[in-house]
Design a protein around this ligand. Sequence first.
Ligand SMILES: Cc1ncc(COP(=O)(O)O)c(C=O)c1O
Ligand SMILES: [Zn+2]
Length: 402
Amino acid sequence: MFSYLTDLSCARCGTRYPADVVQNVCTCGSPLLAQYDLARLAADSSPAVFAAREASLWRYHELLPVSRQENIVSLGEGMTPLFALPRLGGHLGLARLLMKDEGTIPTGSFKARGAAVGVSRAAELGVRGIAMPTNGNAGAAWALYAARAGLRALIAMPEKAPAICRGEVAAAGAELYLLRGHIGDCGRLINAAVARRPDYQEVSTLREPYRLEGKKTMGLEIVEQLGWTMPDVIVCPTGGGVGIIGIHKALCELAELGWVSGRLPRLVAVQASGCAPIVKAFEAGARESSPWPDPCTIAFGINVPKALGDFLILDAIYRTKGCAVAVSDAELVAAQREIASSEGVLVCPEGAATVAAIRVLRERGEIAEDEVVVALNTGAGIKYPETLEADAPLLEPAGEIR
Ligand SMILES: Cc1ncc(COP(=O)(O)O)c(C=O)c1O
Ligand SMILES: [Zn+2]
């Protein structure tokens, strides 16, 4: 069997839905989660089979929803590097600091994973067009993968989203709208538009089940890259939460398969202090978040005032004994430079926020010196030229450099 997908279940009320037709959310309004026949997969397979497979996220096809190999829409996504950050680790007093670097993936951000799996499955189920609100990177990724699949794409993004993402969507030939508002405002307009376009599927964050499955592969890769062991801590920049929820789902599936053992890593959600609804909820011990008024941060991907899956993010944090931390824009911009100058990795502002958060957690004594800590860099720094200021002397040709 290529995929061990069985059906979908509501993350809140548990209602089951068939997976062989297009689905969005449960009638209760909550996200649907893909379910797999893990008992059968455990009997049929083992971690050893993965080593010989191609270096893409499709190496985990049994745990992905696409039912036939020929339906895969791919640009070569996945199996991004996991490398040590020894100098930066030294600054932070951590002997085993690692980075999972999504800056090298097609379209320049980890959104490629969700788009590859989501678009492949949508096309497999007969969808003709996809529609979504986005803070930029997801729209770029979905528009490009939709082009690859021959699907139409309708994208709405805040006018303040990074200009490059706008350009990527336009180059992909998608229908693009810019909005004077935030991603939540974009979502309302897309939702209303899809009601008038029956052959389009709304693929907003967690409003269809398969983007999460693509993001899940980051968790599978981290474990495989660590020799089928788990780190102690994984630090994720968190907006809509698909990354952290997906990684948690992957780890739970691996534990159920019996392919990993021991305690799950503590999952840390990092937000910007200008938009930190999950941090606020975590500090109050709440199970859900309240909408953040006037969200504002240069780490645009995490500028999400209220996530549909907030209860799943908080659940992932509480169950793994993790936490949620906010860092200021100044701290994350400083971290971006520090990572580039000490390790040669130019990360996106969202990715830089993880390092700023690790510093806070070290100062609070919440991460020990010898723990294996994975910082998730969710995209390429070169997608954000506006965050990279360079002060340099301007010379005349007759000038001199001493
Ligand atoms: C670069 C980057 N990092 C992080 C995020 C947050 O994604 P999520 O919270 O859904 O995992 C986004 C979302 O737009 C992003 O573009
Ligand atoms: Zn439900």
